[in-house]
Design a protein around this ligand. Structure first.
Ligand code: COA
Length: 434
C-alpha cells in the first residue's frame, strides 16, 4: 500500500470532519491533553442541526465547549467519566451524563458495545516514513474507541510528540486526516501548601529504595517527589506522567532497575505537563505509554514488588470507606484509576496503597473524617480495600484492623477540633463507645 497516497487523498478540513457527524452519533474524544480541540470547536457550530449526539471522554483539560450552559443537551450531550473544572457544572446540573467507571474498564466497556461508540476523533503526531502516527500524550482508550467506530478522524498535529510503547497507529486505520499545528494543552505545576508538605513528609517515610510508584496529580504527589531526591532505584508504573516524575527520572533517582516488568523504563497511560515535559518525552525511550486496559490492570500493577500508590480523597468515614469523587453528595470528579492502583498495590509483594488528604476542608471548619457519609456520597474505595490513610496529623494503617480500631486510628489523625465530636458520633452510629 502506498500510505502517502492514501493519506493525501483523505486530508479534509475540520468543518468537513464535523459535517460527517449525524444524529444519534456517539463520539469518543481523545483523553486529557489529547483532546481534539479543533474538532470540538467545529462540532459546536453544528449544534442546532444535530439531535442526540453524545461526546464521550474522561478528564477534560480543554474548554469543554459542549458543557456550556447555553448548549442544548438534546442536541449535544457530554457523557463524562470524570468531571473536571470545565465539565463539573454541567455534570452537577444534570446537563452532562456522568457515568461511573474504573479507568481500566473504559476500553472493555467500549468493546462490549455498552457505550454504543460510532465515531472516534483522535489527536496524533505526523506519520513517520512508514506511515505510522503516534498517539503521543495519550494511549489510554484511543485504540479500543477507534476499533468500535464506523468513522475515524485524526487531527494530525505537528506539535504532538512521538512517544514509545503501544502508541503507534498506521494511517490505514484512520479514515480522514485534518492537519494542524497547535500547542498541546499544558498543565502547570501546582502550588504546594504547608498542609500538603506535612502530608508528603509522612508519606515519604513510607517510601523505601526500590519502591515502584504511582503518584497522581496535585500538590501532595508533587510535594512527595520533592522529598525523594535522596532515594535510590525507584520505579514508575503510573496512570499519568508529569513534570515532577520527569525531574526524578532525569536526576537518576528513578532507574526502574528493580521492577519485574518494564525494567529500566517508566510506564504510564497518559502524559500531561509543561511544554518542556512534552519536548522531553518526544522520542524518549525512557518512557513508554501503554493502553489503560494494561497499565491500570491491577494484576499487571501487582507484578512489580513494593508498589506504592498515592491517591487523594475528599472524605473518609470511621470504617474506612473512601469518598474521592463527591462533595456534599454532588459529583466533583470521577473514579479514575484509584481502585485500579489501590488493588494493584495491595496485591504487590511488599506493596502499600495510601489515601492522602488534609484532615479538614474550608479553612478547617469541616472535618474530612466523618462518622458516616451522607446520601449521594459515592464510595470510590471500599473499606475492604483501604490500606494507609494519611493526613497532616499522621499515618494510619487500617488494613487488617477491626472497625473499632479503625475508628480510633482515624480519629487520631483527624483535625484536633473534631476528635471529641467524632468519638460521640461513633457511639450514635455504631451503638457502643470507643
Ligand atoms: N466537605 C466539603 N468540602 C470539601 C470536602 C468535604 N469533605 N473535601 C474537600 N472539599 C472542598 C475543598 O475545600 C475544595 O474546595 P475549595 O477549593 O473551594 O477549598 C474542593 O472541595 C476540592 O478539594 P481538594 O482536596 O482541594 O481536591 P483536589 O483538587 O486535591 O482533588 C480529588 C482531590 C479526590 C477530588 C482528586 O484526587 C480525585 O478526583 N480523585 C479521584 C480519582 C482518583 O483518585 N484517581 C486516581 C488518579 S486519576
Amino acid at each position: 500500500m502506498n500510505w502517502q497516497k492514501y493519506y493525501d487523498a483523505r486530508k479534509i478540513s475540520i468543518d468537513d470532519a464535523a459535517a460527517m457527524i449525524h444524529d444519534n452519533d456517539v463520539i469518543v474524544y481523545g483523553h486529557a491533553a489529547c483532546e481534539p480541540r479543533l474538532f470540538a470547536g467545529a462540532l459546536m457550530k453544528r449544534e442546532k442541526e444535530l439531535a442526540n449526539v453524545k461526546v464521550v471522554h474522561g478528564v477534560c483539560f480543554g474548554p469543554g465547549l459542549y458543557c456550556q450552559p447555553e448548549v442544548d443537551p438534546n442536541c449535544i450531550q457530554h457523557v463524562s467519566f470524570f468531571a473536571a473544572a470545565n465539565t463539573r457544572r454541567a455534570v452537577q446540573e444534570g446537563r452532562a451524563n456522568f457515568t461511573p467507571m474504573h479507568f481500566s474498564d473504559i476500553p472493555t466497556n467500549f468493546q462490549n458495545g455498552l457505550m454504543g461508540v460510532t465515531v472516534s476523533i483522535l489527536h496524533v503526531s505526523k506519520p513517520d516514513k512508514h506511515g505510522y502516527c503516534s498517539l503521543g500524550v495519550g494511549c489510554d482508550y484511543e485504540k479500543e474507541g477507534k476499533d468500535m467506530a464506523k468513522l475515524v478522524v485524526a487531527e494530525v498535529n505537528e506539535q504532538m510528540p512521538r512517544t514509545y510503547g503501544d502508541t503507534l497507529i498506521h494511517v490505514s486505520e484512520i479514515g480522514y486526516f485534518v492537519e494542524t499545528n497547535e500547542p498541546i494543552l499544558t498543565i502547570g505545576l501546582p502550588v504546594i501548601s504547608e498542609i500538603e508538605k506535612k502530608i508528603a513528609a509522612h508519606i515519604s517515610e513510607l517510601i523505601n529504595d526500590g519502591a515502584c510508584l504511582q503518584l497522581g496529580i496535585g500538590g501532595v504527589p508533587n510535594a512527595i517527589m520533592e522529598g525523594l531526591k535522596s532515594r535510590n532505584d525507584l520505579g514508575i508504573h503510573t496512570e499519568m506522567l508529569s513534570d515532577s516524575a520527569m525531574e526524578l527520572i532525569k536526576s537518576g533517582v528513578v532507574t526502574n532497575n528493580r521492577k519485574n516488568i518494564h525494567k529500566g523504563v517508566s510506564v504510564c497511560t497518559f502524559a500531561a505537563g509543561s511544554k518542556e515535559f512534552y519536548d522531553w518525552i518526544n522520542e524518549n525511550p525512557m518512557v513508554e505509554l501503554h493502553r489503560v486496559q494494561y497499565i491500570n490492570n491491577s494484576h499487571v500493577i501487582s507484578q512489580n514488588d513494593k508498589v506504592l500508590s498515592v491517591n487523594s480523597a475528599l472524605q473518609i468515614d470511621l470504617m474506612g470507606q473512601v469518598v474521592a469523587e463527591t462533595v456534599n453528595g454532588r459529583q466533583f470528579s470521577g473514579v479514575g484509576g484509584q481502585m485500579d492502583f489501590v488493588r494493584g498495590s495491595n496485591w504487590s509483594k511488599g506493596g502499600i496503597s495510601i489515601i492522602a488528604m488534609p484532615a479538614g476542608a474550608k479553612g478547617d471548619t469541616i472535618s474530612r473524617v466523618v462518622a458516616a457519609h451522607r446520601p449521594g456520597d459515592a464510595i470510590t474505595t471500599p473499606r475492604t480495600d483501604v490500606d494507609y490513610v494519611v493526613t497532616e496529623f499522621g499515618a494510619a494503617r487500617l488494613k487488617g484492623r477491626g472497625i473499632t480500631d479503625r475508628a480510633r486510628l482515624l480519629i487520631e489523625i483527624a483535625h484536633p477540633n473534631f476528635r471529641d465530636q467524632l468519638k460521640d458520633e461513633f457511639k450514635e452510629v455504631f451503638g457502643y463507645g470507643l
